[in-house]
Design a protein around this ligand. Structure first.
Ligand code: G3P
Ligand code: CA
Length: 257
């Protein structure tokens, strides 16, 4: 039956915790990453921007307003100023004092423990961010033929191609929104020249798309699915990964944990 199919397929579907286990703890904080690790997710997904002094930091928006007690553009703050912001209280008082983590802190805390899917956000607002991400990985010897535990993705496909030219051993992913006209075979073939994953909004995904993407040698990990029925459907469709705020929806038994 459908449940059984999900159970079997889920054994090899990557469980990616979107911005950490962001259904349970403030997104892009160590609290959310720890929660994802505890829940045995395969990967944490993190969003990165760059501070005024060139530090790569994990935060989703261009502005600090929604997820901290500060106000203004991330790129106008130095790292020291960003570190003074409270990135936890907006989610719940028990998370007061959570800080915006740097990419380097995340790599040092989680390498070898859980995979890290790094999304480069708004790279045109942060010239040099690909080089900074590549340097953080190379300094840690994490740029070698891969253990499969780092992936770099972006909605900016030029940024993905450029990153791939810097560290060709690191798998990369192309993000797309819910494209009204779907995606052509030509576009998929082009993505496959520099990317390993095609990660679309889940609303455009069906079994036929999964098959076409995989026929181009690409993997597919759609975002962001927070509904058990839809998770099971996508697993049955054969996706390679599921990006969710609730990593407990994708237990490797295919059942809620
Ligand atoms: O991992 C893909 C997904 O995170 C893209 O959307 O806005 O949540 O970064 P967003
Ligand atoms: Ca993201």
């Amino acid at each position: 039956d459908g449940k059984k199919a999900s159970a079997n397929a889920a054994d090899h579907t990557l469980n990616v915790a979107h911005r950490g286990a962001s259904g349970y703890a403030p997104e892009n904080t160590m609290a959310a990453f720890d929660r994802a690790f505890e829940m045995k997710a395969d990967f944490i997904e993190i969003d990165v921007h760059m501070s005024a002094d060139g530090e790569v930091v994990a935060i989703h928006d261009l502005m600090v307003d929604r997820t901290t007690n500060g106000s203004g553009r991330v790129s106008d703050f130095t790292l020291e100023e960003l570190k003074q912001l409270d990135a936890g209280s907006w989610f719940g008082p028990e998370f007061a004092g959570e800080q915006i983590p740097t990419l380097e802190e995340i790599l040092d805390a989680y390498r070898g423990k859980i995979g890290i899917l790094i999304e480069i956000k708004d790279p045109s607002a942060h010239p040099g961010i690909e080089d900074a991400v590549a340097a953080a990985l190379a300094e840690r010897n994490m740029d070698k033929p891969n253990n499969g535990k780092i992936i770099v993705q972006s909605f900016d496909h030029g940024s993905v191609a450029y990153f791939n030219s810097l560290l060709p051993n690191i798998p990369t992913g192309v993000l797309v929104g819910n494209l009204a006209d779907g995606i052509s075979d030509e576009a998929l073939a082009q993505f496959a020249t520099y990317a390993d994953y095609f990660n679309p909004n889940h609303r455009m995904v069906d079994a036929e798309l999964v098959e076409r993407v995989q026929a181009h040698g690409l993997k597919i990990a759609p975002y962001t699915i927070n509904d058990q029925t839809r998770v099971n459907e996508l697993i049955d469709n054969g996706v390679d990964g599921i990006i969710s705020d609730f990593p407990d929806l994708i237990s490797h038994t295919g059942q809620p944990q």
